[in-house]
Ligand binder design. Structure first.
Ligand code: UFG
Length: 329
């Protein structure tokens, strides 16, 4: 069993992936600057508080462990912020990742799993969105992820680093065993905002736009449970170990839920009405984002286990009820 370096392993998706890797018997080293991540979410004893931009410190980590593969989650990921502070996004998401790739080259490490996003597509021209759909990001966050995919392609051609880029749609839910959950500061994602409103920590949920060309006027998204996402990462890694060439896969459930549907399913889960306020559109939000996940189902035999939204929201709710203030109690 190999040693896997997980950057951003203290974050929401990274921490869930670390848990699944540990279950499978891998030795996992987490690298995280704890700017967004939480030390309490790190389930491996091997933890390095290092920023990817600090190349010398990063080098030390590569010298300390015999790393076999890297899963790279450490990145900034708030769409709105990326339009106000583009430099910060390009610096973290591009330079940080390049430092990793250079050290992989120096240490002859050949396998890389990359957290990409549906934001690389921009406004969809067809639904569901296949991987070969045109890429026209409408924000710097999506642009930084798309640029890094291109960089990966060149590092494969030049140095033979094999990668899988996973383009997530909307990650949701929490560890069904209740050990890990979602704790962003500030929180911008719909489901945790809805649940925090149910807990009384917010007065209402603001619906960003009710005049979209969708059946109920609100945006439609494709939600995927974080543990199903985690499984996909491990399948991708093991496929690379078995000799698969570099690939790009979408990860979603090929089914969309509107903002109003999310809220009404959440009301059922929590057993109470959740106050809402209808507001303006949020700039840059496409009306509908639904993945085609055929490719990963076919090539990697990925099979989501928690694909109904009620289950996703229930797992998130279970964690949030026990940890109303996230990891900071
Ligand atoms: N929404 C609201 N009110 C809120 C928060 C969200 O109405 O308080 C709406 C949004 O407008 C959107 C939907 O709920 O229509 C989901 O919003 P999220 O912020 O939860 O998720 P996004 O779809 O905007 O973002 C996700 C990822 C991003 C990624 C993007 C596109 O979090 O990293 O998908 O792939 F860039």
């Amino acid at each position: 069993m190999g040693v896997i370096l997980v950057t951003g392993g203290a974050g929401y998706i990274g921490s869930h992936v670390v848990k699944e890797l540990l279950k499978k018997g891998y030795k996992v080293v987490v690298l995280d600057n704890l700017q967004k991540g939480h030390k309490k979410a790190v389930l491996t004893p091997y933890f390095e508080n290092v920023d990817l931009k600090e190349k010398n410190l990063l080098k030390g980590v590569f010298e300390k462990y015999e790393i076999d593969a890297i899963m790279h989650f450490a990145a900034l990921s708030t769409v709105g912020e990326s339009m106000r502070e583009p430099f910060k996004y390009y610096e973290n998401n591009i330079l940080g990742g390049l430092n990793l790739l250079e050290l992989m080259k120096d240490h002859n490490i050949k396998y890389f799993i990359f957290s990409s996003t549906a934001a690389v597509y921009g406004e969809p021209q067809v639904i569901p969105i296949p991987e070969d759909h045109p890429k026209n990001p409408t924000n710097v966050y999506g642009s930084s992820k798309l640029m890094f995919e291109e960089i990966l392609n060149w590092y494969d051609r030049i140095y033979g680093i094999k990668y899988v880029s996973l383009r997530y749609f909307n990650a949701a839910g929490a560890d069904p065993e209740g050990e890990l959950g979602e704790d962003h500061r500030p929180e911008t994602h719909l489901i945790p905002i809805v649940l925090k409103t149910a807990l009384g920590q917010r007065e209402y949920v603001e619906i960003y736009g009710t005049d979209y060309p969708t059946p109920d006027g609100t945006c439609i998204r494709d939600y995927i449970h974080v543990v199903d996402l985690a499984e996909a990462h491990i399948l991708a890694l093991e496929a690379l170990f078995d000799g698969m060439s570099s690939e790009i896969f979408n990860l979603g459930n090929e089914r969309g839920y509107s903002v109003r549907e999310v809220i009404s399913i959440a009301e059922k889960v929590v057993g109470q009405k959740i106050p809402v306020k209808e507001g303006q559109r949020r700039p840059g939000d496409p009306a509908v984002l639904i993945a085609s996940s055929n490719k990963i189902k076919k090539n990697l035999k990925w099979k989501p286990k928690f694909n109904d939204l009620e289950t996703m929201i229930s797992t998130a709710w279970n964690w949030m009820k026990k940890h109303p203030f996230g990891y900071s109690e």
